[in-house]
Design a protein. Structure first.
Length: 94
C-alpha cells in the first residue's frame, strides 16, 4: 500500500480501543462516520452518474450504461444493508 496516501479527517486522535467502548458508543460511531455520510452523498452521486450517462452515454467508448447500472446496484445494496444493520443495531442497543 505504499502507493496510497492516507486521507486525514483533521487532527489525528489517538487510536481507540474499540473492544473496550460501550456498545452504544460503537453503534453511534458507525452511524455517524459511515451511515449518515453515505445517506447524504448517495443522492448527489446518483444524480451525477445519471447526468454523465444521459449526456455522454451514446457517444462514449466507455460502457457508461454498465457503469451507471453497477453504481445503481451498489447504491441499492448499500441502502438495503444499512437499513438491515440499523434495525439489528436498534434491537441490540435498547
Amino acid at each position: 500500500m505504499s502507493g496510497f496516501k492516507r486521507i486525514s479527517r483533521g487532527s489525528e486522535a489517538p487510536a481507540k480501543e474499540w473492544a473496550k467502548l460501550p456498545l452504544g458508543d460503537l453503534i453511534d460511531h458507525l452511524l455517524v462516520e459511515f451511515h449518515r455520510p453515505l445517506d447524504a452523498e448517495m443522492p448527489r452521486l446518483a444524480g451525477l452518474a445519471l447526468r454523465v450517462h444521459s449526456m455522454h452515454g451514446e457517444e462514449s467508448s466507455v460502457d457508461l450504461a454498465g457503469i451507471y447500472s453497477t453504481f445503481t446496484a451498489l447504491k441499492d445494496e448499500l441502502a438495503t444493508h444499512m437499513m438491515k444493520e440499523e434495525r439489528i443495531l436498534s434491537l441490540i442497543h435498547i
